[in-house]
Ligand binder design. Structure first.
Ligand code: ADP
Ligand code: MG
Length: 256
């Protein structure tokens, strides 16, 4: 498997705090990688550096062999990187299908002039967008809820809707920030299957997760952060028995 994303000596400071401290790791194309670590370890900040929401103070983000460190977020999306947020960010007063369409619109080519005059090209794009949105809703199992307002979905379904919206941007790489947050066990199992199906479509997955059983089941490779620095990386079984990780993350009372 070749490397899709490569973080090289990435560093981000907030005032005196080094939130991300010289972090390097690779994400192989076609894999499901988990980024784990205690609260405040710097996981979300790493995501914000990848997506251009934050600028790195040092280091580089290489996607498909090119540096994306200085690109604006919309350009990063158009290269094929999509994300979901730790705190759900949906248009709560819009319907479920409209929320997914918002993802499609990130990738549409027609400009606002075309939108004003509704050219044939624009109408074709709208039709294609609707097809993509319906397909992604179906993929995450939310078709029965298509016409509901997003605010009326359960918390777990709102998280799935965020995944559908991210997929509607047609990514090659998707990053999920605590996708199982607020889900019950059954919803989490369903989410793991959905994440595996995403990968089976050829989309590489990087996820942040607190739920250790989820990362153990879903990920092939784990990267562990503590206090902004990478303390371990490897296959889940190895990480689970790494004394440094147990001390930092699982806590000494955990069954490793
Ligand atoms: N925008 C910001 N301004 C100041 N400090 C921040 C900001 N974002 C994150 N931090 C700090 O950086 C550290 C890492 O945060 P974060 O990346 O959210 O951790 P994690 O996602 O692993 O819980 C924390 O100490 C947090 O308070
Ligand atoms: Mg976080």
């Amino acid at each position: 498997m070749s490397t899709l994303l490569s973080l090289r000596h990435l560093t981000k400071r907030f005032g005196g705090l080094v939130a991300v401290d010289d972090v390097s790791f690779d994400v192989a194309g076609g894999s499901i990688v988990g980024l784990i670590g205690p609260n405040g370890a710097g996981k979300t900040t790493v995501f914000n550096l990848i997506t251009g929401n934050y600028r790195a103070d040092a280091g580089d983000v290489i996607f498909e062999n090119r540096s994306i460190r200085k690109l604006p977020t919309h350009q990063i999306v158009s290269l094929g990187i999509a994300r979901t947020f730790q705190t759900i960010r949906l248009f709560l007063k819009l319907s479920v299908i409209e929320n997914v369409l918002a993802g499609c619109h990130c990738r549409m080519r027609s400009g606002s002039l075309a939108a004003m005059f509704r050219t044939p090209a624009q109408r074709r794009e709208e039709r294609e967008a609707l097809q993509i949105a319906l397909a992604e809703l179906d993929f995450v199992g939310l078709t029965p809820h298509a016409e509901q307002l997003a605010e009326n979905l359960s918390y777990g379904n709102q998280r799935l809707l965020e995944v559908a919206r991210a997929l509607a941007t047609r990514p090659r790489f998707i990053i999920l920030d605590e996708p199982a947050g607020g889900m019950n066990d059954q919803e989490t199992d369903n989410l793991i299957r959905t994440i595996q199906s995403v990968r089976d479509r050829g989309i590489t997955v990087l996820l942040i997760e607190h739920d250790m059983s989820l990362v153990m089941k879903a990920c092939e490779h784990l990267v562990v952060l503590e206090n902004g620095a990478k303390i371990a990386e490897g296959p889940p079984r190895q990480i689970k028995s790494d004394p440094k990780v147990i001390e930092a993350y699982l806590g000494p009372e955990e069954d490793a």
